[in-house]
Design a protein around this ligand. Structure first.
Ligand code: NAI
Length: 385
């Protein structure tokens, strides 16, 4: 029997509810697909509110130690206070383990109501840089000693005359960080037979960060993928290669994906752009409840839903567990256990086709009957036989 250890973190808010559904659904898919041949061994790690209650720490050392030697984990969302308090545990995990690529596939499930006319044209995979840009977390609050000192330095030494009472954040974007993210996106596009990779940036305004991301992306394509990847100019000149690399400015991209979703495929982008665009795309296919993802480095991958802890519906059995379920399917596919992943995705498709859905989808779907988070999970297990 092939056995694989997967660590899991329940998460805060709806995290415990969606995790309690996703894990048995993943289990059922593996059992159905492989019988006694393959098995997952689940090991819980503490983080967030549950960890604080049990250990007095939000991110205990034992969790970090276990993840240091792990290759796979799945986690529920963790709460981050706005403006003050603890720093984001999610960001800490991504930085500690150098999980530099946040990968979020966005596709439409037939039957889900959507704010756009042809949601089925939305089939994109966002590769969002996960360690730099605003996630580097280098900032100082307005009027702090550090902020004033930095602003004085910028004024006196660098000629940038800024209001000394500003809060200041630094937006670092490196060649290494940009290239390794674009490398992942291009490798994925080539391996999966995708037709294009679009670099999304705000390089017209931030030339040496966002603009540099774009240039380094094109450089990397030329240096490492010239057999399979062509630019628009090369295509115009008659080149025939499987993957096109192009770029779009971030604000225009939001319009493009609404008006012409069928034109875009794989998106590679900087941290903040990626955050916005993946939530916006999730809305195009029915909302955050349907949006899976993974934070991936070279040795560890932590699978997680795009959504947060949703305190407004936590503890009410209302959450849609599909995002975490679909994140689990991504994990199985990454492990090479594609048959089990197919079963899970098809169970979600069938439940939606039957119009038995959680309230976020039921609200938008005519004739749908609403089921709770737990019952939805049971339906998925039943669909897999
Ligand atoms: P959120 O994603 O938790 O909620 C936004 C809206 O979407 C809410 O109305 C919520 O009810 C709804 N929603 C989210 N997931 C849903 C689901 N599975 N089913 C049905 N409805 C769902 O975003 P918000 O409110 O900005 O953040 C809440 C907390 O979560 C914050 O502390 C934030 O920092 C944290 N967060 C954590 C993330 C992570 O752990 N990766 C990601 C995003 C936010």
């Amino acid at each position: 029997m092939e056995k694989k250890v997967v660590y899991f973190i329940e998460g805060d808010g709806i995290g415990a509810e969606v995790t309690a559904v996703a894990l048995p659904v993943i289990e059922a898919a593996v059992r159905k697909a492989y019988g006694e041949e393959k098995r997952l061994e689940w090991r819980e790690l503490l983080a967030g509110d549950k960890a604080y209650k049990e250990t007095g720490e939000y991110l205990p050392q034992a969790t970090l130690d276990a993840l240091k030697q792990a290759d796979l984990a799945i986690k529920g969302p963790l709460t981050t206070p706005v403006g003050a308090g603890i720093r984001s545990l999610n960001v800490t995990l991504r930085q500690t383990f150098d999980l530099y690529a946040c990968i979020r596939p966005i596709r439409y499930f037939k039957g889900v109501d959507s704010p756009v006319k042809r949601p089925e044209l939305t089939d994109m995979v966002v590769f969002r840089e996960n360690t730099e840009d605003v996630y580097a977390g280098v900032e100082w609050s307005a009027n702090s000693k550090e902020a004033v000192r930095l602003l004085e330095f910028l004024r006196d030494e660098m000629g940038a005359d800024l209001d000394l009472s500003c809060g200041v954040g630094i937006k670092p974007i490196s060649e290494k960080g940009s290239k390794r993210l674009v490398r992942r996106a291009l490798a994925f596009a080539v391996a999966e037979g995708r037709k294009s990779v679009t670099l999304v940036h705000k390089g017209n305004i931030m030339k040496f960060t966002e603009g540099a991301f774009r240039s380094w992306g094109y450089d990397l394509a030329k240096e490492e993928f010239s057999d399979a990847v062509m630019t628009a100019d090369e295509a115009k000149a008659g080149a025939k290669k499987p993957v096109l690399i192009n770029d779009v400015i971030a604000d225009a991209m939001f319009q493009q994906v609404l008006l012409y979703p069928g034109r875009y495929d794989v998106i590679a982008t900087t941290n903040l752009n990626g955050d916005y665009i993946s939530d916006a795309l999730a809305a195009q296919v029915g909302g955050l409840g349907m949006a899976p993802g993974v934070n991936m480095g070279d040795s560890l991958a932590i699978y997680e839903a795009t959504h947060g802890a949703a305190p407004d519906i936590a503890g009410q059995d209302k959450a849609n567990p599909s995002s975490l379920v679909l994140s689990g399917a991504m994990m199985l596919r990454h492990m090479g256990w594609g048959e089990a992943a197919d079963l899970m995705e098809s169970a979600v498709e069938q439940a939606i086709a039957d119009k038995k859905v959680t309230c976020d989808l039921a609200l938008q779907m005519e004739g749908a009957s609403e089921v709770g988070c737990k019952a939805f999970g049971e339906l998925l297990v039943a669909k897999m036989g």
